[in-house]
Ligand binder design. Structure first.
Ligand SMILES: C[S@@+](CC[C@H](N)C(=O)[O-])C[C@H]1O[C@@H](n2cnc3c(N)ncnc32)[C@H](O)[C@@H]1O
Length: 302
């Protein structure tokens, strides 16, 4: 093998998925949340769209079963629970959570402890992945159904998103709804991932999946759903300062690669940095480089 090619392959093989390092993954994700409008944009969805979607799950009920899959530290879950409480004042809520990270579960519990008006909500954290939860439900022959299930920015981390949706959809009650939020099929994430999929997909998961793929899957099953665009942006200016620690963490999240700047082959790194400056990915505003991280939300009917 030519020496140059061997060096290239060795370098590429030193690239590891960010999921290998949970602590760095959450450091990157939290920084991303800090630099992005993601949670604000989901808040707008919760304020303006969700109440209408939740209106049909009630039907005289005074108790609701809610399931959050991949809830992380729970900030979005709490936003959504407050909308359910507003819609159905005084109703009790059993809130089940499926989340594999014990640190995130701890942060979620801390958030619950300091959030007012949660007296009518009971929380049950399951420290497991979605497929472990599926096995758990099947083994225990549980037949509990849910009025509202949400999977927000988590389907990238399962090996079979269609099977995952199918299973969680089967847990909906007769009027229940399943909310899925993922990156849109037209924003910067999709351009980046569809172009560099083969160099960047370092795990067995579906890291390049977008809401467009989910729509195609749902169309093939005939399930009914509503789709909403959620425009969102993230300031990635720091990524373009060589050696900037925050920039490196953001690059790790964008590429889902642990220590991307240090482990990616130089030509791949250069290609991606230049690709990120294309108008499909970023715009420049007041000297800042703003990445289009638009998401899509889908609400699936039972
Ligand atoms: C990008 S974060 C999103 C967290 C939260 N939903 C939000 O939007 O802020 C992805 C979350 O999915 C969790 N996760 C990863 N793999 C998972 C799996 N197989 N099943 C369930 N959750 C998973 C991670 O631990 C993490 O908390």
């Amino acid at each position: 093998m030519a020496k140059e090619l061997k060096t290239k392959l060795d370098m590429a093989s030193s690239m590891k998925t960010l999921l290998h390092d949970e602590s760095r993954y959450f450091k990157s994700f939290n920084l991303f949340l800090d630099r992005s409008t993601e949670h604000e944009c989901i808040q707008v969805f919760s304020d303006e769209i969700l109440p209408g979607e939740l209106a049909s799950i009630g039907d005289g009920k005074c108790s609701f079963n809610v399931l959050g899959v991949g809830s992380g530290a729970g900030a979005v879950d709490i936003q959504m629970l407050s909308k359910l409480q507003l819609k159905y004042p005084g109703a009790s809520v059993n809130n089940e959570i499926v989340e594999p990270s014990s640190d995130q579960i701890h942060n979620y519990k801390v958030l619950v402890a300091k959030t007012p008006n949660l007296e009518n909500v009971s929380f049950n954290w399951n420290k497991m992945t979605s497929s472990e939860y599926e096995n758990h439900v099947k083994e225990n022959k549980e037949n509990k159904t849910f009025d509202f299930i949400h999977m927000i920015q988590m389907l990238y981390y399962v090996s079979d998103p269609a099977a995952t949706i199918k299973f969680f959809h089967s847990l909906l009650g007769p009027k229940g709804k399943l909310l899925i939020i993922l990156v849109s099929g037209t924003g910067g994430w999709s351009h980046l991932w569809k172009t560099f999929k083969h160099q960047l997909c370092l795990s067995e998961f579906s890291q390049d999946i977008t809401i467009q793929d989910i729509k195609e899957y749902l169309d093939s099953t005939g399930l009914k759903y509503q789709h909403y665009d959620l425009p969102s942006y993230v300031d990635i200016t720091e990524c373009f300062t060589e050696g900037d620690e925050n920039g490196e963490l953001l690059m790790d999240l964008l590429t889902e690669t642990c220590e991307f700047s240090k482990t990616a082959p130089p030509d791949l790194k250069a290609e991606i940095m230049s690709f990120l400056r294309q108008p499909e990915c970023t715009t420049e505003k007041d000297g800042k480089i703003i990445f289009n991280s638009t998401m899509g939300a889908i609400v699936v009917e039972p």
